[in-house]
Ligand binder design. Structure first.
Ligand SMILES: NC(=O)c1ccc[n+]([C@@H]2O[C@H](COP(=O)([O-])OP(=O)(O)OC[C@H]3O[C@@H](n4cnc5c(N)ncnc54)[C@H](OP(=O)(O)O)[C@@H]3O)[C@@H](O)[C@H]2O)c1
Length: 245
């Protein structure tokens, strides 16, 4: 992996971790892999756009996070599982002196998370559900009984700023959001995104799944802070301009 911006350098594994470190304090970064035409999936999954470098960046962002935030659509489509201590992410976290596991927080208006799924039953750091008061009370109760920490944020819809505040209150201040497009749209519209970490795969796909699923209330303005490259794949780190927050 080599850094092109701000200063050219070859990056080893430690250098890659340093390239994505955040200063202390609350922050929400969003991580996506996209093709050149803005497609985010091949046959409904992001793996078709992946590369060894993208996997390493994905792991680093999970290793540096206090919590991984994800929409229920992505968790279901990508077959999300809890992070295990002996997984590559768990081992990287341990080597960085961090707790081996990181909790996953699933955003679902309908509280549609399956209480019998591995995401719930195998979690060492309990999985969280971010939902709203309108979600079925029985489903919320069943998930809480299964060990899920249920955060009710908002009445008819999920109040994302309230959700981020609730995570911060629990000591989960540095959030890596892994999408998908509906959640990214809502997070940008709510003004809670600080950073976009975008892997740009040199491919054209034309898939229906795009980075954003609808027009934003106003275009978000981003500033390029860092650009890495490996095997023709670009890894951009953008700050979301304060005016867009
Ligand atoms: N290339 C990449 O990096 C990448 C990253 C992520 C996803 N993807 C792809 O994106 C596709 C999934 O897209 P998607 O639009 O379904 O993703 P999504 O945003 O993860 O999921 C949408 C669902 O999540 C819940 N949700 C999202 N935002 C919400 C909000 N603000 N408030 C309340 N609930 C919210 C809702 O669940 P309920 O219906 O349960 O209420 C909604 O139906 C898959 O093909 C996946 O592979 C690609």
């Amino acid at each position: 992996m080599r850094r092109l911006l701000p200063t050219p350098a070859e990056l080893d594994d430690d250098g890659l971790v340093d390239a994505y470190r955040l200063p202390e304090g609350p922050a929400l970064r969003v991580n996506f892999v996209t093709s050149l035409d803005g497609s985010i999936a091949v046959d409904g999954k992001s793996a078709g756009l992946g590369s060894p470098g993208d996997k390493r960046v994905f792991r680093v962002l999970r290793a540096l996070a206090d919590v991984v935030l994800v929409g229920h659509g992505t968790a279901a489509a990508e077959g999300y599982r809890a992070v295990a201590p002996d997984s590559p992410v768990g081992r990287l976290r341990t080597s960085l002196g961090r707790p081996a596991t990181v909790p996953i927080a699933v955003v679902s208006r309908r509280a549609a998370l399956d209480p019998t799924s591995g995401l719930v039953t195998d979690a060492v750091s309990p999985t969280l559900l971010v939902t709203c008061a309108a979600a079925d009370a029985g489903r919320r109760r069943a998930l809480a009984e299964a060990g899920v920490e249920v955060l009710v944020c908002g009445d008819d819809d999920v109040d994302l700023p309230a959700a981020v505040a609730a995570l911060t209150e629990r000591g989960l201040a540095q959030v890596t959001c892994e999408g998908g497009p509906q959640l990214l749209h809502a997070a940008l519209a709510a003004g809670i995104v600080d950073e976009l970490d975008l892997t740009i795969a040199p491919a054209l796909v034309g898939a229906p799944e795009r980075l954003l699923d609808a027009v934003l209330p106003a275009p978000a303005r981003l500033a390029l802070r860092q650009l890495l490259e490996e095997d023709g794949v670009l890894f951009a780190r953008y700050d979301v301009a304060p005016g867009a927050r």
